[in-house]
Design a protein around this ligand. Structure first.
Ligand code: MGD
Ligand code: MGD
Ligand code: MO
Length: 762
């Protein structure tokens, strides 16, 4: 008989997708009480006249496909279009201290916010406030600050291009570049790393390229959960016989086998398609070593081929014409020893060698990567070594080949494009002057980590959040939460209640906004907004559901309200004109960013349009004018992680969550049901720690204080490399110190921090 597993831990043998996905959607619809309205809502997702799915940033074929079935897209949509409401009565019957005791899931599950609210310190409750009163209160608080740099303006990546553009306009006119952004916790390593390598901080492939590639490499992303529509692409590629080589410490079910819910044969016969042709369980934080190992082998094979009279295996013509730095890169590989590579990556020579076989056999290679690459103290270095790896064979800037960062939030890429950045470049500043007649300042502002530090140290006094759940998304709540409570002003523009809203400042204001699925009507009629997907396609999105209440305002309208109350008629910006008709916002976007020329016409064409990515044309917008092979020092993430008395923690999203939004407590594909208070551990690590499957454990941040701890969790024996433990985000942020981040990009090391694990006293 098999040994008894901990409660809620089961073996899940079914493929990803399939009937399990269909059942899960039915349950989600029922839970959100929208069974009748729900199916029509889903049918409008990613349709030409519909709204952009708020789930992920994976593109749709020309954005005109018939509805592609997607379980987690359905969850994102139903979660937003729920019939549940958080009205003033809710706040009247629950104090903020009481709400603080609720779980993150309970807070958001109460439904949509309907009224602007202001916190009252006497009653410990949020109480209704009129919109105009809220705007003027915010305006007077912001104007009372000694300097605009004492305020921070956060953006979460759901905001549309129009909202984000107005937001940066308001903030730049107000006078600061403090733009912390969810991207700082996500793909900042891409935004910082790739421009130096290939001259653009975005992916170079389009969806069509996947039809032409002959190999796909996948590093550190879990598409079955986080980019489910990508599974259609991977499924098609696998069926075409394209090898898919995966590097991931966990064997993720959807990367093993997937049944497409739209494939009648797979559904009827309960069959599925194997996805990965090879699965390499790299150690968390071992990617730099793995990538250097792959490149070292390629150089060795190249030398051997040339010695044997062959032409070598590198794309010499490409390297000669388009790149700089190959010799230094070769030298770096020669200086890196095999034993070191194998130890740090946790992979065997034959595993690396088989991956190189695939790479060298393929003429056209796409490499996809996600948070497993970026969320490390070496995140930027990881990204740049990926670019090196592709460039060795000219796999950038031609059909069927390229680099494919899997973006996070559905419009996080677009927000950046339209000006959400703490480091405005000359083009942005000139463009703003052209469009609005004032010259914003150029000094670098705060990113997310710098914002949190400034708040903790009392150097920042006000925080305005355009969506998101910054305090919970950030590492180290023991440091972050008390800091947030010292603010003079906290303003949250949000659809649903979350823990960040309960970190009360001297003045705390909660403003309810429309979501993607809601009809947005302004003076000129119903409005569309625009978004940019992972592959730089810009298209329109229009909600159609009746808003959750008469008082909700759109994000652009709220931003304009705050701007008018704060700035008066400074610079003569025509806020009302732009709100009455969002075409007028797009006119301005086009003036600031010439890439958007003819914006209003082009976005009305079915499928939208693609922004230029110079690297796809082999135009390199780098200082050297060439693509650069860049060197990363060493391969160890840092000494802390090679200390054998500690374990390396990586953090994961469950199948039932969207970032800090917890839809439910299952993580079906990993066999976890009804709980999140677990930590996955290698069975041998359990044994060496005197623990077993099901033991209650505590985790402590290595080198952190007693307050950086997670206590009373359950250890679950799991197939992952030795020395690695994995737990859920955001709970595990409690053991990730604030100062663990990539120094180049500021991305917190959510996938590589050190912990001590012990039997729980709790
Ligand atoms: N349903 C749903 N969709 C989402 C989101 C969501 O929460 N839910 N979030 C959105 C956002 S903002 C983002 S950024 C994306 C995130 O999408 P992903 O990038 O897929 O994010 P994660 O779940 O954090 O984990 C990625 C994978 O990295 C692996 N991994 C962990 N550490 C390492 C490592 O050191 N090396 C390697 N090679 N792999 C490692 C994990 O095992 C996991 O499979 O998804 C977006 N889409
Ligand atoms: N340990 C660990 N921490 C992580 C990560 C990790 O992998 N591990 N991942 C990081 C990543 S990749 C990211 S992107 C961040 C996410 O950080 P955020 O983007 O700040 O967090 P979300 O959980 O996506 O924000 C959820 C909230 O957004 C609001 N919201 C939802 N839709 C809308 C809308 O349409 N408009 C407005 N105004 N508000 C809306 C709701 O109130 C909801 O409660 O977390 C980071 N933190
Ligand atoms: Mo993200």
């Amino acid at each position: 008989m098999a040994p008894k597993r901990p409660k809620g831990i089961e073996k899940y043998d079914a493929p990803a997708g399939g009937w399990g996905a269909l059942r899960a959607v039915a349950a989600t619809l029922a839970h959100q009480q929208i069974i009748t309205q729900g199916s029509t809502t889903l049918l409008k997702a990613n349709q030409p006249e519909g709204f952009d799915c708020p789930g992920c940033a994976w593109p749709d074929p020309k954005h005109t496909s018939s509805f592609e079935f997607c379980e987690n897209g359905a969850k994102a949509i139903t979660w937003e279009s729920t019939a549940k409401r958080v009205a003033p009565e809710f706040f009247a019957s629950n104090t903020v201290s009481e709400l603080w005791q609720w779980t993150d899931h309970q807070l958001e599950d109460q439904g949509r916010l309907t009224h602007p609210m202001r916190y009252n310190h006497d009653t410990d409750r949020y109480e209704p406030i009129e919109w105009d009163a809220a705007f003027s209160l915010i305006g007077s608080e912001l104007n009372a600050l000694e300097h605009p740099d004492l305020a921070e303006f956060y953006t979460s990546g759901r905001a549309s291009n129009e909202a984000a553009f107005l937001y940066q306009l308001f903030v730049r006119a107000y006078g600061t570049n403090n733009f912390p952004d969810c991207s700082n916790m996500c793909h900042e390593a891409t935004s910082v790393g790739l421009p130096k390598s290939i001259g653009v901080g975005k992916g170079t492939v389009s969806l069509e390229d996947f039809d032409h590639c002959d190999a796909i490499f996948s590093f550190g992303h879990n598409p079955g959960t986080n980019h489910p529509r990508m599974m259609t692409t991977l499924h098609d590629a696998a069926r075409r016989g394209v090898p898919i080589v995966v590097f991931n410490p966990l064997v993720e079910r959807a990367l093993e086998k997937f049944a497409a819910p739209q494939d009648p044969v797979e559904m009827a016969t309960l069959s599925s398609t194997p996805i990965a042709s090879a699965y390499h369980q790299v150690r968390a934080g071992g990617d730099l070593a793995a990538l250097k190992g792959l490149m070292k082998l390629i150089f060795e094979r190249d030398a051997a081929d040339i010695a044997a009279g062959g032409p070598g295996v590198l794309d010499r013509a490409f390297i000669e014409e388009h790149t700089i730095g190959i010799d230094v890169l070769r030298q770096d590989m020669e200086n890196t020893s095999w034993p070191h590579i194998l130890t740090v990556s946790g992979l065997t020579m034959s595993a690396l060698s088989s991956a190189v076989d695939v790479y060298l056999t393929a003429k056209r290679v796409i490499l996809c990567y996600g948070m497993g690459i970026t969320q490390h103290t070496q995140g930027t270095a990881n990204v740049q070594q990926i670019a090196n790896f592709l460039m060795l064979r000219g796999n950038i800037g031609r059909e069927g080949a390229g680099i494919c960062p899997l973006r996070g939030h559905s419009n996080v890429q677009g927000d950046r494009t339209v000006g959400i950045t703490e480091i405005p470049n000359a083009e942005l500043i000139d463009g703003m002057e052209r469009a609005f007649g004032f010259r914003p300042k150029a000094e670098k502002g705060h990113d997310a980590i710098e914002t949190i530090k400034a708040i903790i140290e009392g150097r920042s006094k006000a925080l305005v959040c355009l969506g998101g759940n910054l305090a919970v998304a950030m590492s180290d709540p023991a440091a972050t939460f008390p800091g947030m409570r010292k603010l003079d002003l906290a303003v949250h523009i949000a659809t649903k209640l979350n823990r960040s809203h309960l970190l009360i400042a001297r003045t705390s204001i909660l403003l309810p906004c429309l979501g993607r699925t809601d009809l947005d009507t302004q003076a000129s009629g119903p409005q569309s907004v625009t978004v940019e997907d992972s592959m730089s396609m810009v298209h329109a999105s229009r909600g159609f559901l009746n808003p959750p209440g008469p008082l909700l305002k759109s994000e652009p309208a709220i931003i304009a309200g705050i701007a008018k109350a704060t700035l008066g008629d400074r610079y003569g910006i025509e806020w009302d004109v732009m709100i009455n008709n969002y075409d007028r916002i797009r006119d301005k976007i086009e003036i600031v960013f010439p890439d958007f020329q003819d914006f209003n016409r082009r976005v009305r064409v079915r499928g939208g349009f693609r922004l230029t990515i110079p690297a796809t044309e082999r135009i390199w917008k780098t200082a050297s004018g060439k693509a650069n092979f860049l060197i990363a020092k060493g391969i160890d993430e840092d000494p802390l992680l090679s200390d054998p008395t500690q374990l390396v923690l990586t953090t994961l999203r469950s199948h039932d969550q969207y970032n800090t939004t917890i839809y439910g407590l299952d993580d079906r594909y990993r066999g976890v049901f009804g709980r999140r208070d677990i930590v996955f551990m290698n069975p041998e690590d359990l044994a060496t720690h005197g623990l077993e499957d099901g033991s209650r454990i505590d985790l402590l941040a290595a080198g952190g204080g007693e307050d950086k701890a997670v206590r009373g969790y359950t250890a679950v024996a799991y197939d992952l490399p030795r020395g690695i433990v994995a737990g859920y985000y955001p709970e595990m942020n409690a053991v990730i110190p604030l100062d663990r981040y990539d120094s180049q990009s500021g991305t917190p090391a959510y996938k590589g921090s050190a912990v001590k694990v012990m039997a729980s006293a709790a």
